[in-house]
Write a protein that binds this ligand. Structure first.
Ligand code: TMP
Length: 212
């Protein structure tokens, strides 16, 4: 490795947990401390595949459930070359949702098994750290109504939460659970601590391979 690589850091959690706000704050803090960092989010709605997903989420189109699962996964795979390049350049990637959302959301649908859902994600770059922003449904409800997009209803979100709990049992992934009911600043400090640790550990290692 020519320079020390960046870390792959993922934020996951149910809706309203504050993932996007915290991703932005983390990138800002890392940059200010002289550590190159960029934010990414999945789905990335800017690509051709991302536009298909976006239309589905906005309920402008319908897609068969297996098909949309594979599109979400393809949307990650199409960005892998760019992700690897940035990590090699020493840029830390702070990612808003990743394969874990992919598996948790689809497997919350009737008739989907976790293993089938994980399969297309096997081999993706493995995050050095996955932080799960934990917020109970009552707290989440206080933060306002769900929007109009597909999946934004509390029954489905409860099932998603259960699937995330299942995924967090996997010790091959570096999960950290963050109490998202704290103030934005306290959550940020917590996230920053874990991230600095992960960045230090990652720099002298190769990027891992997810679920393989
Ligand atoms: P967003 O609100 O963070 O843009 O996420 C869009 C929705 O897509 C959200 O309800 C979670 C869902 N989702 C999946 O179903 N599969 C995936 O792979 C990802 C990344 C998100």
């Amino acid at each position: 490795m020519a320079c020390k690589r960046g870390a792959l850091i993922v934020l996951e959690g149910v809706d309203k947990a504050g993932k996007t706000t915290q991703c932005k704050k983390l990138v800002q803090a890392l940059e200010m401390s002289g550590r190159p960092a960029e934010m990414m989010r999945f789905p990335d709605r800017t690509t051709t595949i991302g536009q298909l997903i976006s239309a589905y989420l906005e309920k402008k189109s319908n897609l068969e459930d297996h098909t949309v699962h594979l599109l979400f996964s393809a949307n990650r795979w199409e960005l892998v070359p760019l992700m690897k390049k940035k990590l090699e350049q020493g840029i830390t990637l702070v990612v808003d949702r990743y394969a874990f959302s992919g598996v948790a959301f689809t497997s919350a649908k009737p008739g989907f098994h976790l293993d089938w859902c994980k399969n297309p994600e096997v081999g993706l770059p493995k995050p050095d750290l996955v932080m799960f922003l934990q917020l109970n449904p009552l707290e989440a409800a206080k933060r306002g109504q769900f929007g109009e997009e597909r999946y934004e209803n509390s029954d489905f979100q409860k099932r998603v939460q259960t699937r995330f709990e299942e995924l967090r049992k996997d010790t091959t992934v570096n999960w950290k659970v963050i109490d998202a009911s704290q103030s934005v600043e306290d959550v940020h400090m917590n996230i920053q601590d874990h991230s600095l640790n992960a960045i230090n550990k990652a720099q002298d290692t190769n990027v891992g391979v997810l679920w393989q």
